[in-house]
Design a binder for this molecule. Structure first.
Ligand SMILES: [Mg+2]
Length: 359
């Protein structure tokens, strides 16, 4: 018998955060816990708190009688259950958190590290520092990027551009130049979060030609597949998208239009669907990159043959370091999933999290 519980925690950011098309001052983590035979696995997503209600109100009863080792069977039952609630969106995030918890439960029940249960394609996972919010002033951006590159030795970092839906390309370009100055020879990535129009994105990158940008994420809306392809064909950096992918068909549609497919294990349908989405990418000759929620990605990232890297997103890395014991530090831009403890190796700090609990 499998029992599901869920809680939600809203944690204020350490400074106002924003990108090209959204601003926020807090982030909500929804934790799913799956228990069987006295063992509990944990999985999480970053979603509205209502995802916790979907877990307990819609998903719990369809996995009650599942064999806790048969995660794909539980996944199928959950996917069918949320048909009318909407597979893409909050229900998909709830499904993802539970799938992640079920994989962790299976590993813990068998006394295996999750990274060993999934099997390794590599011992270490490459990460990139991700932050550089449009809301930061020059000093804060410099301090964050310098910390990653010069203190932690992470050789690739990403900043947000596309400010105010592309209305301030002058500041975007100035911040990119400042970032290049801070990071020296490290790789510079940018993410417009869909803030630009097609030709505007191409013009910005051509103006920035001397900055040697290597990664241009969502130069236009990720719904504009033809636009992604148009920008990809016109600029030097790799064009990437996929963070809003909730199902396999989404990734299959997008793959022909990008250089690298992003997948988020807390949205796409959990570890079960992450591995299938990575296979879709591989069939198109693409590598994949893990989007945000770094510790939730580590084991599956190490298990994925065509994995490029993982986004060490400032907001989530900070939350996970506060809320999960034995969180990782990406020294040198590389992180190793736990291989010496059952499951994902993280223990939720319930008492510390309680002050942020909203569900
Ligand atoms: Mg992004």
């Amino acid at each position: 018998m499998v029992t599901l519980t869920a809680t939600a925690y809203t944690i204020p950011t350490d400074a106002p955060e924003g990108d090209g098309t959204l601003a926020w001052s807090s982030t909500t983590l929804v934790l799913a816990e799956a228990s069987a035979d006295g063992v509990t696995g944990i999985g999480w997503t970053y979603a509205p708190a209502v995802a916790a209600q979907i877990i307990t109100g819609m998903l719990a009863d369809v996995v009650t009688d599942a064999d806790p080792d048969d995660v794909p069977a539980a996944w199928l039952a959950m996917q069918r259950r949320i048909r009318n609630a909407g597979r893409p969106g909050v229900a998909g995030m709830a499904l993802s958190a539970v799938d992640n918890a079920l994989w962790d439960l299976k590993a813990r029940r068998h006394g295996l590290p999750l990274a060993r249960l999934l099997g390794g394609a590599r011992a270490v996972v490459e990460v990139y520092g991700s932050g550089g919010f449009t809301t930061y002033d020059a000093d804060r951006q410099h301090a964050q990027l310098a910390g990653w590159v010069h203190e932690q030795g992470i050789p690739r970092v990403k900043i947000k551009i596309g400010e105010s839906w592309g209305a301030d390309t002058g500041r975007d370009l100035a911040r990119m130049a400042a970032a290049r100055k801070t990071i020296g020879d490290a790789e510079l990535y940018v993410d417009a979060n869909g803030g630009y129009a097609r030709k505007q994105a191409i013009r910005v990158m051509r103006t920035a030609a001397d900055l040697d940008v290597r990664w241009f994420e969502e130069p236009v809306s990720s719904d504009d597949l033809a636009g992604l392809g148009q920008v990809r064909d016109a600029v030097r950096p790799d064009v990437a998208a996929g963070e809003y992918g909730y199902d396999l068909v989404y990734f299959a549609r997008m793959a022909p239009h990008v250089d690298c497919l992003q997948i988020d294990v807390t949205r796409c349908g959990g570890i079960t669907e992450f591995q299938r989405a990575a296979a879709v990418a591989a069939a198109h000759g693409l590598e994949v990159s893990g989007h945000c929620a770094p510790h939730q990605h580590l084991a599956v990232a190490a298990a994925t043959p065509n994995m490029r890297h993982l986004e060490w997103f400032h907001d989530h890395a900070r939350i996970e370091t506060m809320l999960f014991a034995d969180a990782a530090t990406p020294i040198g831009g590389r992180v190793t999933p736990h291989r010496d403890a059952p499951g994902n190796g993280y223990a939720f700090r319930r008492a510390d999290a309680e002050k942020w609990r909203v569900q």
